[in-house]
Design a protein around this ligand. Sequence first.
Ligand code: PLP
Length: 453
Amino acid sequence: NNPNANAANDIAAHFHSFTNLTAHAQTGPLVITRGDGIFVEDDKGNRYLEAMSGLWCASLGFSNERLAKAGSDALYQLPYYHTFTGRSNPAAAALASKLISMAPVPMSKVFFANSGSEANDTAVKLIWYYNNAIGRPEKKKIIGRINAYHGVTVAAASIGGIPVNHRDFDLPIHNIMHVDCPHHFRYAQPGESEEDFATRLADNLEKRILQEGPETVAAFFAEPVMGAGGVIVPPATYFEKVQKVLAKYDVLLVADEVVCGFGRTGEMFGSTTYGMKPDIINTAKALSSGYAPISAVMVNEKIFSAIAENSGNIGTFGHGFTYSGHPVSCAIALETLNIYEEDNILAHVKSLTPQFQKGLRSYEGRKFVGEVRGVGLIGAIELFADPANRVAFDPAAKAGTRVVEIGLEQGIIVRALGDIMVLCPPLIITSEELDDLFERFARTMDIFEKSFA
Ligand code: PLP
């Protein structure tokens, strides 16, 4: 490890996503070389409390030995095999079976991919294929939501509702559209209760389906809690009302559990937290605690049996990846799920939730804080120049980025989504470590506030 070589090589040859490349050429990368528990260390020996679990994924922290062993054993046993044309491997078969046993609503089969984006693109194709298989090829439209994030591949980015993922790419593609974001703080009308807000959004969804023609609307995609859109926690009755509309017009529900899945919201799935009864469930990230690229698309019996019975008429499902059901990723994911169960991660998350949410809420009323929101071990603090009047910071002030940079100096990694600060620590965090997290974050926010004095 040579920090100078790391920086030089990176600047010379590494094309980074979601990065200001001009600035990067000057500042260079933050090179992480190792991790232990909830901490990571850079190539200069600085230690950081990783309060984002990387990208919302390293739920078991950065040094789980069982996962390392599961991966290395799998590499020695069978480093690669594919799952096309009925091929399988023991880890893929066992993981599929395990996921079906854990699903929050009855599910029938699991399709493997490598990322959340691929899972969402796969779900779109499955839905289109399903409607072809049952003789209604006109039912193809997909409804997503403003501010949703479902990934960056062409269909997933289209379903998401974040402008930067559309801009410059001519997205969304044909047949994909968006309805309201369930963020009461930002979008409620003056005096509108959460309940009335949820009703209005469900009514708007119904109007949109009618306007499009219900016979053309295939599915509605939703994260239980929107992650990259700013940790948007929906009103309590939102999904109940939305699902009534979906059921009325025979529109499938896809739960994107890529962030929420496996304990983040205090239940194994965000669908349970919010009473969602999806037809398709997509998971990734914490599925392997981020230790290997893998995602899983679970489909219910209605969809699978229609496809299985009719695929003879229209041909096999022409979709799948070289690494679908990769034996090493599957072995690591299977071990991850075993650890969640054996260590009772849910009980742990439930026991720490009050401390975490209290720590977050302690920022309510602070100088630049507009709204604090969260559930389980995920939360966000939204910053404004003038919170009382909801005046945003001038983008040139780079408020969120400034907090991230101060945080690094204070030994904590947080994420800025614009001026929304996100905390999503590894689920294995202890009560003492949560205190440490909030101490580091408090120092960060103190310095941030003073920087405007
Ligand atoms: N869905 C959600 C809810 C996500 O948060 C993400 C990534 O952050 C994705 C899908 C895309 O996953 P990936 O980056 O693995 O393609």
